[in-house]
Design a protein around this ligand. Structure first.
Ligand SMILES: Cc1cc2nc3c(=O)[nH]c(=O)nc-3n(C[C@H](O)[C@H](O)[C@H](O)COP(=O)(O)O)c2cc1C
Length: 178
């Protein structure tokens, strides 16, 4: 598929079928993320895959309760990926501090989009999730208090094949040639 076609076709999927996703395909998506570029090649990420029904339900019940319950649809996704942001590399941190840019967050964003576009190419739907109880996620996964979880990704085969119209700014609004 032409790349731009893939990008046009990708959309947030919030309704999934029960069809499981094989670990081989999940690994292919993680491989795409692994190969992403990052500031000073610091690769400040790792991915926790939750594909066990009981563990996923427990995580979702805790992560998406109270003010976060709009994202409870994730419980129906066969796979949930918790993305850890790990800004451990000193050179990248100093560079980021000097420039006042959080490079590690840019890096994780790139890696996640690689993952998501690879999933799309495999016919697997995804949704970025930034609205969740981070403390509850860390407690459930027994992560240290210092761990940072900025993004979760839900994955599953879409229950609906229709591609919605994209609501985006126009090319003229976002592009300026000098
Ligand atoms: C960083 C980030 C966080 C997001 N968080 C959520 C979320 O918590 N829940 C949700 O349903 N969608 C979430 N989204 C999906 C956006 O709402 C969606 O990408 C946007 O509305 C454009 O729609 P599309 O993905 O279908 O093209 C998030 C997207 C990004 C990039």
């Amino acid at each position: 598929m032409e790349f731009l076609e893939l990008v046009r076709q990708r959309q947030s999927v919030r309704k999934y079928t029960d069809r499981p996703i094989s670990r081989g395909l999940i690994d292919k998506c993680i491989e795409a993320a692994r190969l992403a570029p990052s500031a000073n090649n610091s690769q400040p990420w790792s991915f926790i895959i939750i594909d066990d029904e009981t563990q996923k339900n427990q995580l979702c019940d805790r992560a998406f309760s109270g003010v976060y319950q709009s994202n409870l649809f994730v419980k129906k996704a066969p796979v949930v990926i918790v993305v850890l942001t790990e800004p451990k590399q000193i050179a990248a941190r100093i560079g980021g501090w000097f420039r006042n840019v959080e490079y590690h967050r840019i890096d994780v964003g790139i890696a996640c989009e690689h993952l998501i576009l690879q999933a799309e190419e495999l016919g697997i739907g995804t949704c970025w999730l930034g609205w969740f109880n981070e403390k509850a996620v860390k407690k459930t996964l027994e992560l240290p208090g210092s761990a940072k979880v900025d993004i979760i990704i839900s994955m599953g085969y879409p229950a609906d094949d229709r591609i919605r119209e994209k609501k985006r700014k126009t090319l003229n609004e976002v592009r300026k040639y000098l």
